[in-house]
Structures are given as structure tokens and as C-alpha cells.
Design a protein around this ligand. Structure first.
Ligand SMILES: NC(=O)C1=CN([C@@H]2O[C@H](COP(=O)(O)OP(=O)(O)OC[C@H]3O[C@@H](n4cnc5c(N)ncnc54)[C@H](OP(=O)(O)O)[C@@H]3O)[C@@H](O)[C@H]2O)C=CC1
Ligand SMILES: O=C(O)[C@@H]1CCC=N1
Length: 274
């Protein structure tokens, strides 16, 4: 459903591009309603050519014209950006930050008291309408703001509302998780190639196996352990593979990956809070 709002993305890198494409695809915003800022002319031309949206190198000018300002630069440069756009932000605008780790308070400190902020952690599958996003509301954001932010991200996937301190954990799991899963898909395909499959066939089978298995978990609501049991026949092939994964420490490695990414998100936040 169209939101009918002008949305400015400040920093049009990988994540912002995934959102732009996802929102256009879903019809949540029209090309005329999306503004993208980006310092490099080459990248601006690329975004303009791909999506037909307006691009600019002037963050403040775009922020001035938008109803919703999405802060989508790297956490390391957010402070600089906030100082730059602060004169363009007041209580009439909704500010959405997708920067990993950066607390709402650190953003509010730079943008001024009373600013309506929703902090969000999306992920790149939003590009194909299959994102997983969690949102946390700032002190001055209204119920309507949270709903509006939720509607925006719901149009490109699923959404959860959490308390802000949990957003680091979300960053560790679903924000960073696509990287873990891509590694798994690549490795599954490598396995297929090792046992004789052509690369494109192995890749197609690996990706579809991950997609199908995830769908099965979501659509049946069954515990993944039970679904695993349905694949493993006594003395069969799957249990032989499961044993190899247990020896390799797959579960511990995934838990450690989520924990490490969460820790890194907290570190970024601590730096910003100083
Ligand atoms: N990638 C992901 O999966 C996810 C990322 N995020 C968050 O999204 C944010 C962006 O990440 P990601 O898209 O991966 O990073 P990218 O580096 O791909 O994107 C950041 C963009 O900001 C641009 N930029 C740099 N300086 C400025 C500036 N002063 N004003 C405006 N734009 C600027 C960069 O341009 P240039 O390249 O020319 O320097 C780049 O295009 C981060 O805060 C990250 O934590 C959240 C969830 C998932
Ligand atoms: O690696 C990063 O910093 C970003 C945040 C979540 C996923 N990618």
C-alpha cells in the first residue's frame, strides 16, 4: 500500500539500495517519492539509472524536503552526517536510523531535543521482499510513527517491534545473518561441486534447499529438530552428513557468529555514546 510520504535515504549503499528496490517493487513509495543522497557522482548516476529516483550529493537539502529521513550511512560516519543535517530536522519529520549499534540517544543528542526517531535493523533480503526487520521506538516517536516505520519495512518483509537494547542482538542474528547463510550456501554448492555437480546446478540446488527448508520451518511451525528427524533415515545418508556437521562444530560456530556480531554492534554503540 502506498505510504504517500517523501522518503530520503541519506547514504545509498547496499542496504539503502535494497530498501529502495524493495519499496518500489512493493509500491510502498513511487519513484517521485524517493530521494537518495550519495557523495560519489558515479554511484548517483548508477542509482538514478537503475531506479529513476532523484539523487543528490546534498544531505541537508534532501532531508529538508522529506517527510521520512532514513539514515543509512556507516555507523563510523554517522556523527558527521547528523551534524550536517541537524538544521533541517525538526519534530515534523520522522527520522529512521538503520545504523548498526548507534543508540537513539546518540542520534537525538546531535539532532536536537524532541526529534521523532525510530531505530531499525533491516537486512538485505528486503531487496526481494523477504527481509526481516526489527524496530525500536525513540522517546519522542508516536504510536503512528512506529506504525508508519513498521508499514514501510513490512512492505519488504516481516517486522518485529523490540525494546531498543535488544537491537544489538537483532543485528547479530538477522541483520548480519544473511552473510552467514550466504557462506553456508556457497559451501553447500562447493560440496556439490566436490562430488561432481556442475557449479550452476550445485548453486541452484543449494540455494533452493536453504529457501525451501526455511519455508518449511515458517509455514509448518514445526521445530527444526523435528524436521531434521524427518530427513534422517536410520543408517541413511542425511544422518551421515549431520554427524560430519556435529564433528565440525556447525552449531557452536553459528552461535559464536551471532554472539560476535552482537558484541561488535555493542562496541559501535559504545563508541558513539562517548
Ligand atoms: N549491509 C547490510 O546488510 C546492513 C546494513 N545496515 C546498516 O546500514 C548502513 C549502511 O550499510 P551498507 O549499506 O552496508 O554500507 P555501504 O557502505 O554500502 O553504504 C553506505 C553509503 O553511504 C555513502 N556515504 C558515505 N559518506 C556519506 C555522506 N557523508 N553522506 C551521504 N552518504 C555517504 C557511501 O558512499 P561511498 O561508497 O561513496 O563512500 C555508501 O554508498 C550501516 O549503518 C549499516 O550498519 C543495517 C542492516 C543490514
Ligand atoms: O556489517 C555491518 O555492519 C552491517 C550491519 C548489519 C549487517 N551488516
Amino acid at each position: 500500500m502506498p505510504l504517500g510520504k517523501k522518503i530520503a535515504f541519506l547514504g545509498t549503499g547496499n542496504m539503502a539500495e535494497a530498501l529502495v528496490k524493495g519499496l518500489l517493487r512493493a509500491g510502498t513509495a513511487s519513484r517521485e517519492e524517493i530521494l537518495c543522497s550519495e557523495p560519489r557522482a558515479e554511484r548517483r548516476a548508477e542509482i538514478q539509472a537503475r531506479y529513476g529516483v532523484e539523487t543528490s550529493g546534498d544531505n541537508r537539502a534532501l532531508a529538508e524536503r522529506a517527510d521520512i529521513v532514513v539514515i543509512s550511512v556507516k555507523p563510523q560516519i554517522i556523527e558527521h552526517l547528523l551534524v550536517e543535517i541537524a538544521p533541517a530536522i525538526d519534530h515534523r519529520k520522522l527520522v529512521i536510523s538503520i545504523a548498526a549499534g548507534i543508540p537513539i540517544l546518540a542520534i537525538a543528542r546531535k539532532l536536537g531535543a524532541g526529534v521523532r526517531i525510530v531505530r531499525v535493523m533491516p537486512n538485505t533480503p528486503a531487496l526481494v521482499g523477504a527481509g526481516a526487520t526489527a524496530l525500536a521506538r525513540g522517546a519522542h516517536a508516536t504510536d503512528a510513527d512506529l506504525e508508519q516505520a513498521r508499514a514501510l519495512f513490512q512492505s519488504v518483509g516481516t517486522t518485529e517491534v523490540v525494546e531498543e537494547p535488544l537491537l544489538d542482538a537483532v543485528t547479530g542474528l538477522s541483520g548480519s545473518g544473511p552473510a552467514f547463510v550466504f557462506l553456508a550456501i556457497e559451501a553447500l554448492a562447493d560440496g556439490g561441486v566436490k562430488v561432481g555437480l556442475a557449479r550452476p546446478v550445485a548453486m541452484a540446488l543449494a540455494a533452493q534447499t536453504v529457501l525451501g527448508s526455511a519455508k518449511l520451518v515458517l509455514e509448518t511451525g514445526e521445530h527444526p529438530g523435528r524436521l531434521k528427524d524427518q530427513v534422517t533415515s536410520p543408517g541413511g545418508t542425511a544422518i551421515a552428513g549431520v554427524h560430519a556437521l556435529e564433528v565440525g562444530g556447525l552449531r557452536a560456530a553459528l552461535i559464536a557468529a551471532v554472539e560476535a556480531a552482537t558484541r561488535r554492534s555493542r562496541e559501535l554503540g559504545e563508541k558513539a555514546a562517548k
